[in-house]
Design a protein around this ligand. Structure first.
Ligand code: TXA
Ligand code: MG
Length: 324
């Protein structure tokens, strides 16, 4: 069911969940200060309770409603990238619900860069918690149709068109001492963050033996199996390897469809070819996977982009979508 901006605001104020557009992916929104409303997000998504939610706020002045500290580095990042596809994880104020922060001592905040989302935050006067509007582990939605296909008619949808960034926000945590860590890659790259915040210092730590250990920080709820289509998805480093596997699968009568990055040879099955530009591929990634998934073939064959920094976020999502 599609609803208007006014109805979405009314429903949020009544403590109901509503699917809303953002520039990254559609979110399943609820009043972030209402525990019963928050609980419905988890029920609707079938999401484990220890997965914290991102709180969407209308502007930077609202950070102090949720965060106990707003270190200078985080202020600079917010000023540089908000509204936009950056989520800041900051120390939480004591009153912040344990449900929204998944029992973490921190809170994740973002000002979305979407006119409809910003209008809704303003009209409702609320801050809204919103994870991606899909069932737990499934493909994220980038259109109202994707939300309806994934969650069914029970969830009302505020349609704001197709998402232009196309994959989830970059998540950066900032400690009170200003140290920062990237917890999830997104289209705002680690280099973009470092240009504003300086280099991160505590991702590399000298152990007692003097050996430098690389710590891989993780955001809670970043499951290995995530963002998955229903069709098993096989990943390939290049087109030649993909075509070879396609031929082997055809021999045993398995139906395939393929996703290629950039020009070159393609297999003789339904194939979608995306450009070799990271931002364009990100924008179309989930909608392409939704389309391929709807073909109901036996295997999706996907060419991976190069393992270089501009592709980090796309590579992360594809690796997680891969068949385990
Ligand atoms: O682009 C996005 O971020 C989208 C749109 C709707 O804003 N939202 C989104 O939410 O991707 P979700 O729930 O799919 O991912 C939120 C992730 C959690 O899984 C967790 O990894 C991280 O954000 N997160 C949230 N709160 C956190 C916290 N307090 N500490 C560390 N990580 C946190
Ligand atoms: Mg998600």
């Amino acid at each position: 069911m599609r609803i208007s901006l006014e109805e979405a605001a009314e429903r949020l104020k009544r403590g109901e969940v509503v699917a809303i557009p953002t520039e990254t992916v559609y979110g399943l929104a609820a009043d972030a200060s209402n525990d019963q409303a928050l609980q419905q997000i988890f029920t609707t998504k079938q999401r484990p309770a220890d997965h914290p939610l991102i709180v969407h706020i209308g502007d930077i002045s609202q950070v102090s409603d949720w965060a106990a500290a707003f270190p200078e580095v985080a202020v600079k990042l917010a000023e540089a990238f908000w509204p936009g596809a950056l989520t800041l994880v900051l120390p939480a104020k004591n009153h912040v619900s344990r449900i929204v922060r998944g029992n973490e001592p921190t809170i994740a905040l973002r000002v979305p860069n979407h006119p409809v989302a910003l209008a809704l935050l303003k009209l409702s006067g609320l801050s809204v918690a919103a994870p991606s509007a899909n069932l737990f582990t499934q493909l994220s939605p980038t259109t109202a149709e994707h939300v309806e296909a994934g969650l069914g008619d029970a969830v009302p949808v505020l349609d704001g068109g197709a998402c232009t960034v196309g994959i989830e926000s970059t998540i950066v945590s900032v400690a009170t001492d200003g140290q920062w860590q990237m917890l999830r890659p997104g289209m705002i790259s680690e280099a973009d963050i470092a240009r504003v915040a300086g280099q991160p210092q505590h991702t590399r730590k000298a152990s007692s033996s003097g050996v430098v250990e690389i710590q891989t920080p993780k955001a809670p709820g970043q499951h290995a199996l995530h963002y998955s289509p229903r069709t098993p998805l096989l990943l390939f480093k290049d087109k030649a390897a993909l075509i070879q596997e396609y031929e082997a699968l055809t021999q045993v009568n398995l139906q395939c469809a393929a996703l290629l990055i950039g020009e070159g040879n393609s297999p003789a099955c339904t194939t979608i070819q995306l450009s070799n530009q990271p931002a364009e591929v990100a924008e179309q990634l989930y909608s392409t996977l939704h389309r391929l998934d709807a073909l109901n073939v036996d295997r999706l064959l996907v060419e991976l982009p190069p393992d270089t920094p501009p592709w980090a976020a796309v590579l992360d999502r594809l690796s997680r979508a891969g068949y385990k």
